[in-house]
Design a protein. Structure first.
Length: 231
């Protein structure tokens, strides 16, 4: 290779172009300082800046501090779960209370109706009982008073000719022109009486047969005579 002649000025320009390469010595100090680009100063630790959450997650804490943080997180979760459970329970309680209240009001209304009906029935039964008691008292009073009055009245009131007729004697039956006649002995003599005809006073011969004859009075009393022949 042929030798090249490089002037000192060209060599210095070459060194200046090469820059601050430390591999090339510069014993004479002729290397030009390369113009440094103006780089804005970076804030400290700017290159290593990370999100807070990631930093907090990778933050190494002491054992006691980690326990405290875990306890706080656990306690917060428990509070949230308790709040949700309380809200659900409160909603269910309101619905249950409302349905229970409606059911209670319905039962109270039905109970009031039954009580009203029972009260009416009680008053009706009470009135019927009082009426029955009054009837019983009247009946007892009548039973206590009527028999003596009737007995006294029957003893005092006598039907005319009754005593005299009881002395008569029935002798027998006879028929004349198709008409039945009873023969009595009055104590004074024999007397023939046609059927349904008056015997003495208001007494009439209501029935006549061979063995008996019956005299009746309009007041409902009667005297039965048996034939002396049958005796």
């Amino acid at each position: 290779m042929p030798a090249r002649h490089i002037s000192s000025q060209s060599f210095d320009e070459i060194l200046s172009d090469l820059g601050d390469d430390p591999a090339i010595p510069d014993p004479h100090g002729i290397r030009k300082q390369s113009s440094q680009q103006s780089v804005p100063p970076r804030p400290p630790n700017q290159g290593n800046q990370r999100p807070f959450s990631e930093s907090f997650a990778k933050l190494e804490l002491p054992g006691s501090a980690q326990k405290i943080v875990g306890f706080v997180v656990l306690f917060t979760g428990i509070l949230i779960a308790a709040a949700v459970a309380i809200a659900i329970a409160y909603t269910n309680l309101n619905q249950t209370s409302q349905s229970t209240q409606e059911e209670s009001e319905k039962q109270i209304f039905e109970l009031k109706k039954e009580i009203a009906l029972m009260r009416d029935e009680f008053h009706q039964d009470q009135d019927d009982l009082y009426a029955a008691i009054d009837e019983i008292e009247v009946s007892i009073h009548s039973l206590l008073l009527k028999p003596p009055l009737q007995a006294t009245k029957s003893k005092l009131v006598t039907i005319p000719h009754e005593a005299e007729l009881r002395l008569w004697r029935y002798l027998g039956l006879t028929q004349m022109a198709g008409v039945e006649q009873a023969i009595f002995h009055t104590g004074k003599g024999a007397q023939m009486i046609n059927k349904l005809s008056p015997a003495l006073g208001e007494w009439r011969l209501s029935q006549v047969e061979k063995e008996l004859a019956i005299l009746t009075h309009p007041q409902g009393k009667s005297i039965t005579f048996k034939s002396t022949q049958s005796e």
